[in-house]
Design a protein around this ligand. Structure first.
Ligand code: PLP
Length: 311
């Protein structure tokens, strides 16, 4: 069923070389894993995180999927689109009771793809992981399979691990943007010893270590094992640009230039910040001769096309 619809095919996600005189000078090879090319809406890591969740929904013979997201959530639109393609219903619980299905392009597209949107005030939304609240949801939507916000569960992490299968060498460094940490924890669990995993949180004041540890504990069941894993991560807290979805002229200029000079599209919420952090880190490194670096392009380009046209 899923294969026939062909939505879980990653052949579009190429591993692209990123060339520049700056990189040549450093003697490093930089590659970009273009998960943004998998699908325009079920994009990047959202697609990876949904893969086994959707399969599980089918296994459970669920009527649909219920999930959570903010007003511009890449995860909501990915879920709406994926469910639409495979013939599952979808319900999106949206943060913000002042919103409605016409509030912005993301929500409009979600409704057009058949997602039922339910708008929750922030206090209620904050209960999204509470056992009692989830029980109530299952009572209100019987036979719906629940995916947590951002697809951040075990199956989501397993899906993200598969990125490694599509990188045909062992990179020295890998950079990835971080929101819920499901993608970075998935990558961490599947990486080879010699690869350094660099994470770039995009939320201000986000306790990356604590959040990663929480998720790791759910799979290792042992905080000392989780701690060992965590010690292999390099955190870059220098590129939040003031917080989630915040930006300044420097970031926008960087995104525009990266597109103009390299045809690499980035967004200002996730990948723009992560790639900026990678370049800033590289500028400070002097001993990377012969090393390979992979930037995981996690997608999320909905609404970013103006960075690519306006020059
Ligand atoms: C959601 C998202 C992330 C964050 O991924 P997590 O698994 O939540 O850490 C990163 N990049 C893009 C483009 C995203 O849409």
């Amino acid at each position: 069923m899923l294969d026939k619809k062909n939505i879980f095919n990653t052949s579009q996600s190429i591993l692209q070389t990123f060339d520049s005189p700056f990189l040549k000078g450093k003697g490093v090879k930089l590659f970009v894993k273009r998960d943004d090319l998998i699908h325009p809406l079920v994009s990047g890591n959202k697609w990876r995180k949904l893969k086994y969740n959707i399969a599980q929904a089918f296994k459970n013979k669920a009527d649909g999927v219920i999930t959570f997201g903010g007003a511009y959530s890449n995860h909501l639109i990915a879920t709406a689109s994926a469910c639409n393609k495979v013939g599952l219903k979808s319900v999106g619980l949206v943060r913000g009771e002042e919103l409605h299905p016409d509030s912005n392009e993301t929500l409009k597209k979600c409704s057009l793809m058949g997602m039922k949107l339910v708008f929750l005030d922030r206090m209620v939304y904050a209960m999204k992981n509470d056992v009692d609240f989830i029980k109530e949801l299952h009572a209100d939507y019987p036979n719906y399979y629940l995916v947590p916000e951002g697809g951040a569960n075990f199956l989501g992490m397993i899906g993200c691990q598969e990125i490694w299968n599509e990188i045909p060498f062992v990179p020295d460094h890998v950079f990835v943007a971080q929101g819920t940490t499901a993608t970075s924890v998935g990558l961490l669990l599947g990486k080879k010893e010699s690869t350094a995993l660099h994470v770039v949180p995009v939320l201000k004041g986000f306790d990356s270590q604590k959040e990663m540890l929480n998720l790791l504990n759910k799979v290792t069941f042992d905080s000392s094992i989780s701690g060992d894993y965590l010690s292999k991560v390099i955190f870059h807290a220098d590129a939040d640009f003031g917080g989630y979805a915040k930006y300044n002229d420097e970031l926008i200029d960087f995104i525009r230039k990266t597109y103009r000079n390299h045809l690499l599209p980035l967004d200002h919420v996730y990948t723009g910040k992560a790639f900026y952090s990678l370049i800033k880190w590289l500028e400070k490194q002097n001993q990377l001769e012969g090393k390979t670096i992979v930037f995981i392009h996690t997608g999320g380009l909905q609404g970013s096309s103006f960075y690519q046209s306006d020059f």
